[in-house]
Design a protein around this ligand. Sequence first.
Ligand SMILES: [Zn+2]
Length: 54
Amino acid sequence: MPRYDFKCAKCGAEFEKQMTVAEREKAKPACPECKSRRVRPVFSGFFAKTSRKS
Ligand SMILES: [Zn+2]
C-alpha cells in the first residue's frame, strides 16, 4: 500500500497515511493535530521545508 505524506495547511503538522489510491480519492485525510482537512499532499523528493524568512 502506498504511503502518502501530508502537511497540514493550518497548523503545519506533517503526517503520513497509508491508503490506496481509491481511498485517497474518496477520503480526505484530516490533520491528527488540529483535525483540519486543509492538508496538502507532500510528494517524495519534494520537501517544502522552507526555512526562508528573509
Ligand atoms: Zn493541523
